[in-house]
Structure formats: structure tokens, C-alpha cells
Design a protein around this ligand. Structure first.
Ligand SMILES: Cc1cc2nc3c(=O)[nH]c(=O)nc-3n(C[C@H](O)[C@H](O)[C@H](O)COP(=O)(O)OP(=O)(O)OC[C@H]3O[C@@H](n4cnc5c(N)ncnc54)[C@H](O)[C@@H]3O)c2cc1C
Length: 453
């Protein structure tokens, strides 16, 4: 009998297996992955000299978990170029650069003068009712004003969650911002106090945004996946889809779609909601009833390789996001070859555009030709793209990014509570405990320590 079976070989499942092997080298740990490759949403495709990320772009270095794991695996991280500090938002059909400092904000065109003054007045806005699970949109309008919501916060929700800020929960999506209001009464006052404290210690204080430098590896996120899979060796079994699990006297029985049956003392479900619901349909319908409430809209990624000079805009920067008030049919784009070196062959640029998400799920499901047409049309209007791209790859995620909507925290607590009736059964995937890779890896390390002790 295996000690631990992990269903799902994304980075939650792989890192959990790795931490367990580190802590308990003698334990039998098995990762069952449905696909013919491990890595889940972290997946790099290299073709014709273009290094395309199918999903995860990179890791933010403001939390340590993933980069610490990468270092233990002997990997050399690659920080994004300085140009990636230039981020843009569409306003009235034009790309406007986002300010990176309070001084730049004061003279920025991203908000009108009244809009900027309203943001400064945030310091005078009294604390809201913090017991309420407030939407990101309500929070932003209340503290920063309508215009800042539309052109600063709404695009942030798009960039991180491909989500709808009217439905996303501030507390679940951006817990640190919620804490700053709770602890300091105002975000501006919090920033001033924290900057002052940091300066006293000779450190750099927090900025206005989520912070952190995007980091990856020379040949993309696959380096992390491959290093984990290589180290784990036969502990990762591909083409092994879990169909259901059932409780035994002393552990769990795991049923695979190929008819195989395995036994384990502990089972960790490290896969998206649909697969977890399928696996627990008979055994834990109470957990399924809760899990299916999580909205998981689709996103499609259109990767385009274009000859340098075929756009009027030089595409020098991180990329741009589209506020919903601008009514564009794309969520935004990343200028990958400007973010990281070596992403496109000499003389070419690589761009990835996101389509779909919580507000436009149907657009993500358009056929390839219509999807490409739509992106090319947007690019010709927004950055003056002439002609069509020479290299195109379209990637689709039907269950892309789980939405932490209002009520998510209560839902997550209910799931945690329900799991107590199933000793030896755990869930570790990005739909609980944080969507970022850093959160997933940290949550897996925590569970590994819990199991090992
Ligand atoms: C387009 C996109 C871009 C993103 N960009 C970033 C980013 O830049 N930075 C960041 O921090 N996060 C990013 N994320 C979020 C990121 O995907 C997650 O944090 C992380 O990759 C999730 O890993 P996971 O292992 O929890 O889930 P997944 O990666 O979804 O892995 C789940 C695994 O379970 C497997 N599986 C499914 N069903 C079964 C079954 N029945 N049996 C066995 N195995 C099964 C799947 O094949 C998959 O391998 C992005 C997400 C998307 C969709």
C-alpha cells in the first residue's frame, strides 16, 4: 500500500511529492497525472525559435516559496528585463503607461485631475464595515473613487484573475489590501507608514501595486516542471487519470480510468474542481456540493510571432490590459519578447494575448480562425499592427483560473470543515488557498510537513 497518492501532477501535486520525499525519503509517494505530461498549467512550447508559455508566465519574487524550491533543484532563475516595468492600460482606445511611483502618478494621464485628487482623498476616507465580504469593485469605488476603479483596479482583476471585479472578493483575492485598511485605516496612510519603517531599517518600502519582479527560467516554466519530474522519477505516473476514490478500513482505494485500483493511507486531490467532483461523487457528495460553486471560466491564449517593425508601437514593455469600460474583445496582452530575453528569434517579437475569462467566456470558445481574426483586429487598432503574424499558436484552458468570488472564504472554510469527516483525504490545488504558483507551492509544503509529522 502506498503511503500517499497524489491525484494531479500540476505544480501543487509535484511540489507536494517533492517536499514529502525530502521530509520522508522512505515513504512511498505516487503522483497520478491524467495527461501524458506533468506540470498542469505550467507548460512551455518551443517552436521555430519562439518560447511560448501555454499558461503560467512566471513567478513573482515577492514571496519565497517557488524560487526557494527552484534553488533546491539547482535551477537558475531569470528575472524579467527592466523594460517590463513599463505596463500599459487602454484608455479611450490608446495605451497609457501606468505610473510606477507616487510622483509619476501625480502627473500621469491614466486618471483625470479630479480622478487623481479623489485617489489622494483616500487618506481621509473612514474605514468601511470590514466584517462584510466586499467585492473588489465596491472596495475600490469606496476608497479610491470610480475612475481609479475603472482604470487601475478593474485591469488588475483582469490581469491576475481574468475576473469580474464586481464578483471577486477583496478579502480572498487581495488579503493584504484588506489587512492594510484594517490595520492602518487607509491604504495611503499604510504606504507612508510602511515606507517610513522600511527606510529606518535601510530597506525599500512597499509600492502601490501587488509588487514583485516577474521571474522565470531561460527556456521557460517547463524547466521547473522538468526538474521536479526528473527528481521524482517513477513516483510520477503519466496517463493515469483518477476516476474515483473510496474509503477503506485503513485508508483509501483509488480507481483509475484504465481500470486499475491502488491503495493508500493518504490521498491528496491536486486537480481542478471538475476532476475532484467526479472523484468524490459517491464518497463525499457534501464536498462536491460546495466545490462546484467555484466559478472556473475558460481563457484562450493567442501566441503571435511578428517581424520587428510591423507595429507602430515598439512593444517595449510588459504589455497592456483592457479595462472593461473600454469594451474591447481581448483581456490584454503580454509582450513576452520584451519581458524576457531569448523568447523570439532574431528580428521577431513574441506577443501573447488573453481572451475570455469571467466576463467573456464565450469569446474564449471561438474557433481558432475567429479568435485570431479578433486578436489581429484589436492589435491593428491598438498598436498599429500591419499584416498578419508569421507564427501563431492558440492554447485553450477550459478550466483556467478559479474565481475567488464573494463568499469564497466562507466556502473554503466549509470545505475544510467537511474534509474533517474524511481522515486521510486532502485537497491541494489553486482553487483553494491562493491561485498563484507561490501560494500553491507554499500550501503543498505546509501539507507535506503536516503529513510527515
Ligand atoms: C493562463 C494562465 C496563466 C497563469 N499565469 C500565472 C502566472 O504567471 N503566475 C502564477 O503564479 N500563476 C499563474 N497562473 C495560475 C497557475 O496556473 C497556478 O497557480 C498553478 O499552475 C496551479 O497549479 P495546480 O497544480 O494547483 O493546478 P493545475 O496546474 O491545474 O494542475 C492540475 C493537474 O491535475 C491534472 N488532472 C486533472 N484531472 C485529473 C485526474 N482525474 N486524475 C489525475 N490528474 C488529473 C491535470 O492534468 C493537471 O496536470 C496562471 C493560470 C492560467 C490558466
Amino acid at each position: 500500500m502506498a503511503k500517499v497518492i497524489i491525484a494531479g501532477g500540476g505544480l501543487s501535486g509535484l511540489s507536494l511529492a517533492w517536499f514529502l520525499k525530502e521530509l520522508r525519503p522512505g515513504w512511498e509517494v505516487l503522483v497520478l497525472e491524467a495527461e501524458d505530461r506533468a506540470g498542469g498549467k505550467a507548460w512551455t512550447i518551443i517552436e521555430d525559435g519562439f518560447v511560448c508559455e501555454k499558461g503560467v508566465n512566471g513567478i513573482l519574487d515577492n514571496k519565497p516559496s517557488t524560487l526557494a524550491l527552484a534553488a533546491r533543484l539547482g535551477l537558475e532563475p531569470m528575472r524579467s528585463n527592466d523594460a517590463a516595468r513599463h505596463r500599459f492600460v487602454i484608455k479611450n482606445g490608446h495605451l497609457i503607461q501606468l505610473p510606477v511611483s507616487p510622483a509619476q502618478f501625480l502627473s500621469s494621464k491614466i486618471l483625470s485631475l479630479p480622478g487623481r485628487l479623489r485617489v489622494l482623498a483616500e487618506a481621509l476616507v473612514s474605514k468601511g464595515d470590514l466584517s462584510k465580504d466586499e467585492s473588489l469593485a465596491d472596495f475600490a469605488r469606496r476608497r479610491l473613487g470610480r475612475e481609479a476603479f475603472e482604470y487601475l483596479i478593474d485591469p488588475m482583476a483582469t490581469g491576475i484573475y481574468a475576473g469580474d471585479p464586481e464578483r471577486l472578493s477583496l478579502q480572498s483575492c487581495f488579503p493584504r489590501i484588506h489587512e492594510l485598511e484594517r490595520d492602518y485605516g487607509s491604504l495611503i496612510r499604510a504606504m507612508i507608514r510602511l515606507q517610513r519603517e522600511a527606510r529606518k531599517k535601510g530597506k525599500e518600502g512597499p509600492g502601490a501595486g501587488p509588487g514583485g519582479v516577474l521571474t522565470s527560467f531561460a527556456t521557460g516554466m517547463n524547466e521547473l516542471v522538468d526538474a521536479l519530474a526528473r527528481t521524482l522519477g517513477p513516483a510520477v505516473r503519466l496517463n493515469s487519470s483518477v476516476s474515483s476514490i473510496s474509503k477503506q478500513n485503513t485508508g483509501w482505494r483509488v480507481f483509475l480510468k484504465n481500470g486499475e485500483e491502488l491503495e493508500a493511507g493518504h490521498v491528496v486531490l491536486a486537480c481542478p474542481v471538475k476532476a475532484v467532483s467526479e472523484a468524490l461523487k459517491e464518497t463525499a457528495p457534501d464536498i462536491v456540493k460546495l466545490a462546484v460553486k467555484i466559478n472556473y471560466p475558460p481563457v484562450s491564449i493567442v501566441c503571435m510571432g511578428i517581424k520587428q517593425g510591423t507595429t507602430e508601437n515598439s512593444l517595449n514593455g510588459f504589455g497592456f490590459l483592457a479595462p472593461s469600460s473600454e469594451k474591447r474583445s481581448i483581456l490584454g496582452a503580454l509582450w513576452d519578447s520584451s519581458i524576457f530575453p531569448g523568447r523570439a528569434p532574431e528580428g521577431y517579437q513574441l506577443i501573447r494575448t488573453l481572451v475570455g475569462g469571467a466576463r467573456a467566456p464565450d469569446l474564449a470558445r471561438l474557433p481558432d480562425a475567429s479568435l485570431l481574426d479578433l486578436v489581429v483586429r484589436e492589435f491593428s487598432e491598438l498598436v498599429g499592427l500591419k499584416g498578419t503574424p508569421e507564427f501563431v499558436k492558440i492554447f485553450r484552458w477550459e478550466e483556467a483560473i478559479p474565481q475567488y468570488e464573494k463568499g469564497h472564504q466562507a466556502l473554503a472554510s466549509e470545505i475544510d470543515f467537511a474534509l474533517r469527516s474524511y481522515p486521510g483525504l486532502y485537497i491541494r490545488c489553486n482553487w483553494l488557498g491562493g491561485i498563484s504558483l507561490n501560494d500553491c507551492v507554499a500550501n503543498s509544503e505546509r501539507l507535506a510537513r503536516q503529513l510527515a509529522s
